[in-house]
Design a protein around this ligand. Sequence first.
Ligand code: PEP
Length: 250
Amino acid sequence: MIRKRIIAANWKMNMDFKSIDTYVDKLRNYMNDINFENKDVFISPPFVYLDYLKKKVKEIPVKIGAQNCFYEEKGAFTGEISPLMLKDLGLDFVIIGHSERRNIFNETDEILNKKLKKVLENKILTIFCIGEKLSERESDKTIEILSKQIDNAFMNINKDLLKNLIIAYEPVWAIGTGKNATIDQIKEVHSFIRKYLKKFVEINIPILYGGSVKPENIKDIMSLDVVDGVLVGGASLDMDKFIQIINFEE
Ligand code: PEP
C-alpha cells in the first residue's frame, strides 16, 4: 500500500479574498505536478474563508478544515463555532489544541479534552497539537509534558474514536521562529510519541511535525520514517513555497 504523507497548511489569521484567488489559481496551475496518490494536502484558512475556499478548490483533491471549534454543539456561546457547523459546511478536518490556542487564548488541557471529545464524537478528522515550551525542553521535561498533554487529551474518550485522529508534534519554540527542531530531536520525540500512543490504541495514529517547516528542510524531515507529514504555518501562505514543500523529492 502506498504510504500517504500529509502536508497540512495552517494559515492562522492571514489571507483575504484577493490573496486566496491568487493562491488557488497558482495551486490549479501546479495541480498536475502533485502526486495525490502519495500526498494528502490539507489547508486550514480562517473561519470566514472556509466556505469560499472549499467552493473554489472543488475540483482539486485537497482537504479544507478549520483551525479551531468549540466543545458545545449549540447554544448561548457568543462568537463560538460548533462542530456541527463545521460538518454543515462539509469540511474535512479541524485543528484542535494549537499552541497559539493554548498559550494566547488560555485553552487548558481540560478545555482541549472537551473539544477533542466533541469533534471525535462527531466523526470529524482532527489534527491535535502537542508540544513543549523552550523552558520545558531546557529543563528536560519534554517527554513528561507530552505524555501529560496526551493523557489529558484522551481522558474519557472512547478509543474507537481515535481512528479519526492525527497528532501534530509542534515544539512551541520552533513555531514561527525560523528555528526548527533538529532531525535527531524530531526522531527522538516522534519515536516516543509513536510508542506512547500504543498505550491507547493498536492502530498507527499519523504523527506530523510542525515548527518552521520550509522548502529548505522538508526533505530531511520527511526522510524520517517516524514522520507521517508536516503542519506548516508561515511557509504555507506562499503557494510557490508551499508547492515546494508538497513536492519535496523523496
Ligand atoms: C504552525 O502554526 O502550526 C506552525 C508550525 O507555524 P510555522 O510553520 O510558521 O512555524
